[in-house]
Design a protein around this ligand. Structure first.
Ligand code: CA
Length: 229
């Protein structure tokens, strides 16, 4: 799960970043409207935490940008001004939630979990393909009802693919989605290959009915099990 923090105040940005990293989210940050605009244009996020008053623009405008870009990221507005207008305007323009400052990090984490849960396919708690079931909230994966222990990145990779069955995923796109900031510009993708190899091995060993296939020179694709008639 990848989260973008848009916040110009360094101390608050760092507090949020630390709390989210501790919860095993992949976190990117933007300190200005321009920086945030560049990030949302180039990348996708599971959730955006959006400050309204930014040094070079109004955070609410970013909601318009998301719409122009046909993006459907979850957005939680975090604002120092506990103003009804901001809240109404923000929610009208497509934000999913609104959290006035100051807030406790536990409250922020709860809001994020709730937004992510709602954002997922019909609010279902588990993703299931064939005999593989994945619960995004608690990091649990089972194959044919039996728990499959995965490392953090293996889990993130599997989640990414289970949300995109049959999609051919470029290795640099995968690197960026799972490892975050600038991983897509790495000199080589050995770290992706290594994690993928381990994950694929674990899935095969456990008898998973889905397969993440390597597409030579490009990336990977999740092949869901063939439905039996
Ligand atoms: Ca601000």
């Amino acid at each position: 799960m990848k989260i973008l923090i848009v916040e110009d105040e360094p101390s608050l940005r760092e507090i949020m970043q630390r709390a989210l990293v501790q919860e095993r989210y992949v976190v990117e940050t933007a300190a200005t409207f321009t920086e945030a605009d560049i990030k949302i244009s180039g990348y996708s996020y599971d959730c955006i935490l959006l400050d309204i008053m930014l040094p070079d623009g109004n955070g609410l405008k970013l909601l318009e940008r998301l719409k122009e870009l046909h993006k459907r990221e979850n957005v939680i507005i975090i604002s120092a001004r506990d103003s009804i207008e901001d809240k109404v305007l923000g929610l009208e323009q497509g934000a999913d939630d609104y959290l006035p400052k100051p807030f406790h990090t536990a409250e922020l984490l709860a809001r994020i979990r709730s937004v992510l849960r709602r954002g997922r396919s019909g609010g279902e708690r588990a993703l299931t393909l064939g005999n593989v079931s994945l619960e995004p909230d608690n990091g649990r994966v089972t194959v044919a009802g039996k728990e499959l222990p995965l490392l953090k990145k293996e889990f993130d990779i599997l989640l990414y693919f289970m949300q995109r069955p049959n999609h051919l995923v470029d290795k640099s796109v995968l690197a960026e989605a799972v490892w975050g900031d600038h991983a897509d510009q790495a000199d080589n993708f050995q770290f992706v290959y290594a994690q993928m190899k381990n994950l694929r091995h674990k899935l095969t060993e456990a008898g998973a009915s889905l397969e993440i296939k390597a597409v030579y020179g490009f990336g990977y694709k999740l092949i869901p099990p063939v439905e039996e008639a």
